[in-house]
Design a protein around this ligand. Structure first.
Ligand code: PEP
Length: 250
């Protein structure tokens, strides 16, 4: 089954200034991008609407997080309904920085996923193991537990709205990229898990992307792996090399 290659840029709490944001928009608007790659950029929520208006139409925008309630007394949060109303198509959920720094459990990530899907958003669902978990051979178990929290809460048809981002925690922002063999092995295990836990159809159709220190230098080899359907890119999404990563399949 042909799965559309997906490249997401997670800007995190960047860029730090309006000038940097404008330079990034100019770069992406003028770049030659593979028309067969789905490209989504996730700026801080303050920049979602201005970016949506200024970025070329081939590039979609995504929130980096949302809450699971529609509205109410939740200071500092943004709701899936608000994002959908603003025409934002995607939200990243379960990023390791949210899980670690903001103590989001897999149950909370699942609640957010359910709410985001109900509001009509698409979800980039992040999962991944710590270095200790990899070293003790627990990678597949940990990743499957993170997925299971969501599997139990949603319908089979909801999977068409989800992209799974396998992001080993030890590779995020560290410069220590997983080898293509490591990414392939874990992502094949994720697909096998989807076959067992959901259905063969969902396993075949769901994009499973890799994230963690992806750069222009390592993306092409990773992209040759059969179960690597794209990338979630942090640091390099703020640089000109993001264009090379979008074009990794060329
Ligand atoms: C990320 O934040 O999702 C990420 C993968 O970061 P980096 O590419 O910087 O490792």
């Amino acid at each position: 089954m042909a799965r559309t290659f997906f490249v997401g840029g997670n800007f995190k709490m960047n860029p730090g200034s309006r000038e940097q944001k404008q330079a990034l928009v100019k770069l992406l608007n003028e770049a030659q991008l593979d028309p067969n790659t789905e490209v989504v950029i996730a700026p801080p929520s303050l920049y979602l609407l201005p970016l949506k208006e200024t970025i070329r139409k081939e590039i979609q925008v995504s929130a980096q997080n949302c809450y699971f309630k529609e509205s109410g007394a939740f200071t500092g949060e943004i709701s899936p309904t608000q994002l959908a109303d603003a025409g934002i198509p995607y939200v990243i959920l379960g990023h390791s920085e949210r899980r670690t720094l903001f103590h989001e459990t897999s149950a909370v990530v699942a609640q957010k996923t359910v709410a985001a899907l109900a509001a009509g958003l698409r979800v980039v669902l992040c999962v991944g193991e710590t270095l200790k978990e990899r070293e003790t051979g627990e990678t597949d178990k940990v990743v499957q537990e993170q997925l299971e929290a969501v599997v139990k809460q949603i319908k089979e048809s909801d999977w068409s709205k989800i992209v799974i981002a396998y992001e080993p925690v030890w590779a995020i922002g560290t410069g220590k990229v997983a080898t293509s063999a490591q990414a392939q092995e874990t992502q094949a295990a994720v697909r096998a898990y989807l076959t067992k836990a959901v259905s063969q159809g969902v396993a075949d159709a769901t994009r499973i992307i890799y994230g963690g220190s992806v750069t222009a230098a390592n993306c092409k080899e990773l992209a040759t792996q059969p179960d690597v359907d794209g990338f979630l890119v942090g640091g390099a999404s703020l640089k000109p090399e993001f264009v090379d990563i979008v074009n990794a399949k060329n």
